[in-house]
Design a protein around this ligand. Structure first.
Ligand code: AMP
Length: 535
């Protein structure tokens, strides 16, 4: 026996804290299963997969809502030595088929709701692929060519399975990230990376004093699709800690609020637009959200939204990461925010998690001054950053130029080590050769009453190269636009913004376009401004 001890997702599942046999994992339908049953079902799923020849070295795609069944896949698939491919079900069908072929999937587990997407694509799958149906309740019929339906197949399997010992560098998860151009890029993580990410985050959030952070008496519910960076790694952390978990299925604000109320949910994570949707739902006023801890990532948390969340008693903080970083890099200070109402503490991109190193550098990779003002590109190192894009050597080399992972985000570091993102490289507004921070403009506008959502983008300008424009969902009163202008002018007078940051226009729209993971789609907004769709 090799004395070296390989890190393995199996150890997350069997962590002492997770040995909580009577604790439950609940589905949106209200069905609760104990961890004891959950473990048995993972063994059954493993037996099913291996019996079908879907063990070591295979890639298994899942197309599902956020269900406890998906959580079973998070464990059983990597634990048999296969790769879990979490398919982004919000991509266009052309991109979905691209990812299925690029990942070289050997099997697809597909929820019945996504059959209308998958079935027309099947003739274009380039490899033999085994198909399993994921149904809600009893399925009407199993489509032709499918091996069967998940529950029926699981019921036929034994409740014990002898999982293989795997080298820790075995690939465990794979998903695709869509950039502004080109095909989706495959990002993967090994068992070692996921275990270290889980341990570091559990230590980080678990040592926040008082009620903050993530503790063994918390009740966890994701509101991030599980295909988005494996649910930001939290399903692994929650299972490691043996928490009560609630999987909401398809997102519907009223149902999410009912689940929070009925199951005493205390910890969630989501992108800003989802939090805005939940607290903007009519049912929110009648739901006690006091003490609900929500980590906001994927886009900046504005002071406007943080203030609204605080008004509901929500313990909200920003977190920062990306698909390529597993995803955790930094989060806002959860200790200082317990004794201060200063929203800038909650919205700051924050400080690195344990084992994460962050620098802000100029184009020559030299550190820019840590003065809370000088901006540069954020680069990072950590044991869990993806090593490269699948079958894409040149993009991988660009990602890791100079031995640091290039985030493509622009920000600054304060003397105390607090990071603040000011922009994405691809979203920066360059006017007269100078950068204008789109996030600062959005943050200022976000606190104006009557403003619902806002995006600051650059539009081409013959004289200045680009000029800032605000596109906003807001109440149809001139006073909202006037108040936004006043806020920006005051910031310019205080010297917080250059005078060329004053937007040329503030355009009112009915809704802002979204990306496949629910973020505001600035690329699309720029196109709409250029084509005159937004005027
Ligand atoms: P994704 O790969 O879809 O997770 O997107 C990652 C990108 O989201 C990052 O590179 C940032 O541009 C943005 N992002 C994530 N977290 C934050 C944050 N706290 N503040 C601002 N932008 C963020």
């Amino acid at each position: 026996m090799d004395p070296r001890f390989d890190l393995n997702i199996r150890q997350i599942l069997h962590a002492p804290a997770g040995r909580n046999p009577d604790q439950v994992i609940v589905d949106g339908s209200g069905q609760a299963r104990t961890y004891r049953i959950f473990h048995e079902r993972i063994a059954r799923l493993a037996a099913l997969l291996v019996g079908q020849g879907l063990g070591e070295g295979k890639t298994i795609a899942v197309m599902d809502w956020d269900t406890s069944r998906y959580l079973e896949c998070f464990f059983a698939i990597p634990m048999v030595g296969a790769t879990l491919h979490t398919v982004n079900i919000r991509l266009a069908p052309e991109q979905i088929i691209f990812t299925i072929n690029h990942a070289e999937d050997d099997a697809i587990l597909c929820h019945e709701d996504f059959l209308p997407i998958l079935l027309p694509l099947l003739s274009r799958v380039e490899r033999p692929v085994k198909l399993i149906l994921l149904a809600e309740g009893k399925p009407a019929a199993v489509p032709e060519g499918f091996i069967g339906e998940y529950e029926t197949l699981l019921a036929e399997q034994p409740v014990a399975f002898d999982f293989p010992a795997l080298p820790e560098e075995t690939r465990a998860t794979l998903f695709y990230t869509t950039g502004t151009t080109g095909d989706p890029k495959g990002v993967s993580y090994t068992h070692r990376q996921l275990v270290l990410h889980t341990l570091a985050l559990a230590a980080d959030l678990g040592t926040v004093p008082g009620k903050g952070g993530l503790k063994r008496d918390d009740v966890y519910m994701p509101i991030t699709p599980l295909f988005h960076v494996h649910g930001w790694g939290f399903p692994y952390i929650a299972t490691f800690l043996g928490l009560k978990q609630v999987y909401p299925g398809r997102y519907d604000p009223a149902r999410l609020l009912a689940l929070i109320r009925d199951h005493g949910v205390t910890f969630s994570h989501c992108v800003p637009t989802i939090l805005a949707m939940v607290i903007g739902a009519p049912e929110a006023a009648a739901t006690d959200l006091t003490g609900w801890k929500v980590l906001i990532g994927g886009s900046a948390l504005s002071e406007g939204l943080a203030g609204q969340a605080r008004a509901h008693g929500i313990d909200v903080h920003a977190a920062y990461g990306m698909s390529e970083t597993c995803p955790f890099v930094t989060h806002a200070d959860m200790v200082a925010s317990q004794t201060s109402d200063d929203l800038t503490l909650r919205t700051a991109t924050g400080r690195p998690s344990p084992l994460v190193e962050v620098r802000v550098v100029d184009p020559d990779m030299a550190d820019v001054p840590k003065d809370g003002a000088t901006t540069g590109e954020i680069v990072a190192r950590a044991p869990w950053l993806t090593q490269g894009y699948l079958k894409n050597v040149s993009a991988s080399a660009d990602l890791w130029q100079g031995g640091w992972l290039h985030t493509g985000d622009v920000g600054h570091l304060s003397p105390d080590g607090t990071l603040r993102i000011t922009d994405r490289l691809k979203d920066v507004i360059k006017s007269g050769g100078e950068w204008v921070s789109s996030l600062t403009l959005e943050n200022l506008a976000s606190t104006v009453p009557g403003l619902i959502e806002v995006a600051a983008v650059g539009v081409p300008d013959s004289r200045w190269g680009e000029r800032p424009v605000l596109v906003a969902v807001m109440e149809p009163s001139d006073s909202v636009g006037t108040a936004i202008r006043q806020k920006i002018s005051a910031a310019i007078e205080r010297g917080e913004l250059p005078k060329w940051a004053n937007p040329d226009r503030i355009c009112r729209v009915a809704a802002l376009p979204r990306t496949s993971v629910g973020k505001i789609d600035k690329k699309r907004i720029r196109q709409m401004l250029e084509s005159g769709e937004i005027a």
